[in-house]
Each structure stands twice: as C-alpha cells, then as structure tokens.
Design a protein around this ligand. Structure first.
Ligand code: GRF
Length: 203
C-alpha cells in the first residue's frame, strides 16, 4: 500500500481529481493527508468534504526549517520515504534539497506545459503568448531544480486559432485531471523505473 500526502496552496482541482479517482477505482493508494501552505486555500475545504485530514503549514519559515514541519506531519500520517508518495498539486513553494533527498523519487509534480518548455509560473500564458501550436501538461518526479525532474508522462493539447488564454488553460487543466491520477496509479503498481533522466513505464 502506498500512503499518499498531497501538498496544495490554492484551488485544489488536481487534488480533488486525485481523491475522486482513488474513491472510484481499486488501487493500492491510500490518501492520508492534505497539507496546505495557505490557510484560505479553496482546496482545504474540498479535501475536508472528501473526508481527508487537512493541515495548514503557513508559518514564516524558509527552506528546510519549513519543510521539517511538513516531514513531521507526513510522518504523523505515516507518509514515509519507505511507503509514501508526496504529490504537489498547485503547491506554490520550492521544496528544500533536504526534503527532496529524503523523499527521493517519491515526490511528483504536475505542470501545465510540455516541459522543458515554459517552466515556472504562468506557463499556459507563456505558451499562448509565444504562439506555440501544441502545449499540454507534464507529470514529473521532483528534483532539486524548478520543474526539472525526470518526466513520467505528458499529454498534448493543441492550441486552436479560436483559443483565448483562458480556454486553452481550461483544456490543459482537463488533461491534468486525467494524467495525474494515471501516474500515481503507475507508481503504486511499481511500473515506473527511473534510469537517469528517463522514466521507463513497464506496462
Ligand atoms: C495547475 O495548473 C497545475 O498544473 C499547476 O498549478 C495549477 C494548480 O491548480 N502546478 P489546482 O490547484 O490543482 O486547481
């Protein structure tokens, strides 16, 4: 069984899609806790409504000092480096190297572009303004860099001539909601083999 911790900062739609997926499918993933870096995050209410314990870590600490609080909560809920998976879902803080090393290749993130294009914030807008014809979303393992860890899976989304930045973002988000649960399931079935930067899916 994989014990899942989800870190959020805002709306929490990816978190919600993961939790709904885990409710409706038979998997070996057990959602244990949702931790928010913001007390007012919409996602906190959504997680509670779905019956998952929520915690807020909004203190003014930086780096590992902050992340130590995360580790102690995760461990309290039995999300450990041996049995756990930590999913970032709209989590707006960079993890410290210490945290990344502790949960090595057991932290995933979802990003709204086809990485390595358009890392960082406002990726949908950057892609739209750049004029790309295809964009999408990426689920990747988290390393010490910004959106730079080994890529697990990607989904393409075509940019239509009729698109606004908002309609494009919405279609990307729909794909995110499909891709993230799929990757978590693969992880729980031990089907992801990391070889350097390459993640091989052994179906
Ligand atoms: C998503 O677009 C995700 O790709 C990015 O942050 C956004 C979070 O949205 N990392 P939500 O909080 O899951 O609704």
């Amino acid at each position: 069984m994989i014990n899942l911790g989800i870190l959020i900062s805002g709306r929490g739609s990816n978190m919600e899609s993961i939790l709904n997926f885990l409710k409706s499918e038979v998997t070996s993933v057990c959602p244990k806790v949702v931790i928010s870096s913001k007390s007012e995050a919409e996602g906190v209410k959504k997680a509670s409504a779905l019956g998952i314990p929520t915690m807020i870590v909004s203190m003014e600490l930086k780096g590992w000092d902050y992340d130590k609080e995360l580790v102690s909560i995760l461990q309290k809920y039995d999300v450990n480096p041996e049995n756990g998976l930590v999913c970032l879902a709209g989590y707006m803080r960079l993890l410290s190297p210490e945290f990344v090393v502790k949960y090595k290749m057991r932290i995933m993130n979802i990003h709204p572009s086809l990485l390595p294009s358009f890392p960082g914030l406002n990726s949908q807008k950057k892609a739209y303004d750049y004029g790309v014809k295809v964009t999408g979303c990426t689920v990747h393992f988290v390393d010490e860099g910004l959106d730079s860890g080994p890529i697990i899976a990607q989904k393409q989304v075509p940019v239509l001539d009729s698109d606004t930045y908002e309609t494009l973002s919405e279609r990307i988000l729909q794909q995110e909601h499909i891709l993230y649960p799929y990757c978590i399931k693969l992880f729980s079935e031990d089907k992801l083999v990391v070889k350097g930067r390459r993640v091989i899916v052994t179906l």
